[in-house]
Design a protein around this ligand. Sequence first.
Ligand SMILES: *Cc1c(COP(=O)(O)O)cnc(C)c1O
Length: 390
Amino acid sequence: MRLQSSQGGQTGQQAIPIIKPWLGEEEAAAAADVISSGWIAQGPRVAEFERAVAASVGAAHGVALSSCTASLHLALVVLGIGPGDEVVVPSLSFIATANAPRYVGAKPVFADVTESTQNIAAETIEPVLTTDTKAVILVHQAGVPADIDAVHDLCDPLGIAVVEDAACAIGSTYRGHRIGRHSDLVAFSFHPRKVITTGEGGMLMTTRPDWADRIRRLREHGMNVSAASRHESRYLLIEEYLETGFNYRMTDIQAAVGLVQLRRLDAMVTRRRELAGRYREALADVPGLQVVDDPPWGTTNYQSFWVVLPDDLPTSRNDILRAMMQERVSPRRGIMAAHLEPAFADEAVASLPVTERLTRQSLLLPLFHTMEESDQEHVVAILKSELGVA
Ligand SMILES: *Cc1c(COP(=O)(O)O)cnc(C)c1O
């Protein structure tokens, strides 16, 4: 194994990035076709992408939006959540999860996560429920499926809604089915840091046709007739604005790219699982190192490959990150914890010992479709050398 990178010569350029979207000529051609058509805003390609994603994950309806963050916001809007309400979220997540309740004036209440999945679970949600709890945002962190049924068993009898933040989890499965069909509202992201990408973009899946209609209206300023329908109509259509909406639209250029990406999803997940399997094997002999794995109830797409460092480290997590960056490898710290950020300093937070340990002691290793086996060996060699394992 080589410790000195032999690739490239440009200073500052990372030879092994954390992720690299797998895009080809087909995506470029699909975007070009849309541009040539003259209709580039939300239109027929967006509608087609919505049907394709819904069919692919087994959801009744999909509404394409500008991001997963916008999807989480509109999920809470259609649930009627507002000031005085509490929404349970993991602190151990990308900050967008904890921000969503605030967009509707509600209070995020942080639940701790379980060690094995880095996800919140029925047993960590239950202690933080109050009579003001209106919803739980269940995150499938890094693509690892949370135990969805157990959370519904807890929340459904109490009338608490479950929104799945599946930003990272397209192509992951729960009890034999793709994530996207197990709750009334499930939000995906198509940011390049996730698995399939449209540059920016998201989609909110829902079981309810009335909610799908309302989400479509809310993404387009609250208007009752879309711009695309007016464009297509041979008759005069004057729109009405039924409520205060937003501009959360996706463009047809993005959707055209997404349609090609969606056809690559199986291949991407297969490749990610193969590379993850190789990491798991190569790291199996590191004492005390915890490595991401499938939970008993499903399969992960390995959107991120996390490792949790042993407690009695000879070095610090950040020193390991620095050592990797010096070797032209670009890892990342583990999942952030929102309650430790200044933006959430004013929230009273119960103790979150597992969250705090995981955010301090974990890191994410590079994993992307075109990664070479020699790249992986290089990453593993640096990590082992930093951990004092031969
Ligand atoms: C990336 C991410 C988001 C935000 O997705 P965007 O599409 O960038 O808005 C939300 N939640 C989680 C868990 C994420 O990882």
